[in-house]
Design a binder for this molecule. Structure first.
Ligand code: COA
Length: 562
């Protein structure tokens, strides 16, 4: 079928639907639309067999849905209606939630239901649930809806949902409000209901800011609302019956609009720098095993011959300091008497490359970009040159730009089924890219596919990534990490392990003879220097627009995005 996507933003869910439906042989056209007029124009232009709206914030006009069957993906259970479906479910601590695919009608989210799927609701932020459970369930529901549509089956279907929703108003700050002398469980739930957008507004250290990236703390105690500690950029604040860590804040109050930190999601300690006098830094080593829950973004654990290095950075953004900590943890892990080192990334994202927010908030974004890319390169180089261990990248979440290339530095690359990869840089104002990508990408997929991936700027699904050799294996989320143990076991057997290391050394030597590793980086960095310090401001404008959610209009002037 020829399917037109109408999306407010072609986000992770919409991209996943694109790669899955293309795998099924459908022809897709993608239109990012802000209003009914743009939807009419897109329908007119593409004349599809069917319209699908994977992530649409405004109503489809009758002129479109009366002419074309329009299927809407609503991130809520059947009967649920309104713009804050998942917000309410997380806020109210629902035990299960779901996704519904319904036909567009005059009433928003009120059309006939073609398919729906439910899932248990875990304790996580709204956006983490959207990216994983909602997206996985949406794919099943979309496929079922399309099959029914193609077979000519029309709703209603005789399959009652175990849960029944209702119309809900938009979820406001006043609905989510927290008191620091409330219980931890409630405070976490309220903050998570607004994370990643719009962010719960609360008073912290005497200033109002929006809160993101929260984790329970089992040990620290204090007067509710007091800042108890800081760690790697996060702050710990006391509640009635415990405490929580907050990794990121977005602040306007008390900052002038020309303060580079103004209104950008940044590490909490950076945002509250003027309020942290006397608040102790409580570092926690990657291999420390705290007895209760706490915040430990870089964790190292061992099982048998395998070492597992986790790095859970908000939005997969890898800033310079975080990378320095990660490199130190990597070196520590490398020195351990294991045979295989598994890089696990974060649960939500594997990596999205350099931290564009931190760069945007710095006094000198060009210098900050340069420092960040050198720190990325240092980590990639260390992995590529690890001759004494097998290295494995285990991508459990989406990845973009240099974040994808980081995984390719490892000997073996595995991915959770359904993650979306964007192995290209150019979308960020023509950024050339580094991380030794000119070596690592063609080494895996060949020159032609590498060119196609980096030039087409298209998302890549795991099925195709496996076919073209970008990844070695794909696993269902439910199989992880158990499946990893079984996959790695034969190669950990001493004789095989030694043979594998010998093969790896021979290959590296051969590659080095053909072209020294450092030459790739030098060539890439010449281009990156031009991107960062040259006369062409395209990267700086694109980054600014990305971080501040602005739209770049043709003349290169940025205007507020809806
Ligand atoms: N630095 C800082 N924040 C980043 C980031 C980065 N490199 N990459 C993604 N994010 C943030 C987004 O701002 C967004 O934050 P929000 O929830 O506060 O709005 C969040 O991560 C999710 O990203 P989003 O763009 O909504 O996800 P997506 O699935 O629609 O798109 C990408 C995925 C990878 C295509 C897109 O995030 C992207 O282009 N990222 C930038 C990659 C890049 O150019 N890195 C620098 C070169 S190495």
């Amino acid at each position: 079928m020829r399917i037109l996507f109408l999306s407010t933003r072609h986000n992770g869910l919409s991209q996943r639907a694109q790669v899955e439906l293309e795998e099924l042989g459908h022809h897709l056209d993608i239109a990012e639309v802000a209003d009914g007029t743009q939807m009419e124009a897109a329908a007119q232009r593409f004349r599809p067999d069917l319209i699908l709206a994977p992530m649409l914030k405004s109503a489809i006009p009758a002129s479109v849905w009366q002419r074309y069957t329009c299927l809407i993906v609503h991130p809520g259970i059947p009967g649920d209606r309104g713009p804050s479906a998942l917000d309410w479910a997380v806020l109210e601590g629902a035990s299960a939630w779901g996704v519904t695919v319904l036909e567009a009608r005059d009433e928003l989210d009120g059309g006939p239901v073609l398919a729906h799927r439910e899932f248990p609701l875990r304790e996580a932020s709204k956006s983490a649930i959207y990216r994983r459970e909602t997206t996985d369930a949406a794919m099943v529901a979309i496929r079922e809806a399309l099959e029914r549509y193609q077979r000519g089956q029309r709703p209603p279907f005789d399959e009652p949902s175990p849960h029944r929703g209702r119309e809900r108003p938009p979820c406001r700050q006043s609905d989510r409000q927290i008191d620091w002398d409330g219980p931890v469980e409630q405070v976490l739930r309220h903050i998570r209901s607004a994370d990643s957008a719009p962010g719960l507004l609360a008073s912290l250290g005497g200033v109002k800011a929006r809160l993101y990236g929260v984790h329970a703390e089992a040990k620290l105690r204090g007067k509710p609302g007091r800042l108890l500690a800081q760690r790697d950029g996060a702050v710990c604040v006391a509640c009635a019956d415990g405490a929580i860590w907050i990794s990121h804040l977005r602040r306007r109050q008390g900052l002038s609009a020309d303060d580079p930190r103004y209104d950008i999601k940044l590490p909490a300690a950076q945002v509250l720098a003027d309020r942290l006098m006397g608040v102790p830094e409580l570092p926690l080593a990657a291999d420390a095993r705290p007895s209760g829950s706490t915040w430990q973004p870089i964790r190292y654990r061992e099982r048998g011959h395998n070492g597992y290095l986790h790095f859970d950075f908000l939005n997969g953004a890898m800033g310079t300091e975080a990378l320095e900590r990660l490199l130190a943890a990597y070196r520590h892990a490398r020195a351990r008497p294991t045979r295989t080192l598994v890089l696990c990334g974060g649960e939500d994202f594997w990596s999205n490359g350099i931290d564009l927010n931190a760069i945007e908030a710095s006094r000198d974004p060009a210098e900050a970009s340069w420092g960040n890319i050198l720190a990325m390169n240092a980590l990639v180089r260390e992995i590529v040159l690890t001759h004494d261990k097998r290295t494995v990248a285990l991508m459990r979440g989406n990845a973009g730009a240099g974040g994808v290339i980081l995984a390719l530095a490892a000997d073996l690359v595995y991915a959770r089924e359904g993650i979306v990869l964007n192995p290209h840089y150019k979308g960020m104002g023509g950024l050339y890219g580094s991380e030794y990508w000119t070596y690592l990408l063609p080494r895996r997929v060949g020159e032609t596919a590498a060119r196609l991936l980096t030039e087409s700027l298209q998302p890549l699904g795991t099925a195709r990534a496996r076919r073209i050799g970008l990844v070695d294996g794909v696993m269902a989320g439910s199989e992880l990490p158990g499946a990893m143990e079984a996959i790695l076991a034969p190669g950990n057997e001493l004789r095989h392990w030694r043979e594998e290391l010998a093969r790896k050394a021979a290959r590296r030597e051969e590659d080095e003879r053909r072209k020294p590793l450092e030459r790739y980086a030098e060539e890439e960095l010449v281009e990156m220097r031009r991107n960062f310090f040259g006369a062409d401001q395209a990267y700086h404008l694109a980054r600014r627009a990305f971080v501040r959610k602005l739209e770049i209009v043709p003349e290169g002037v940025a205007a507020e995005r809806a």
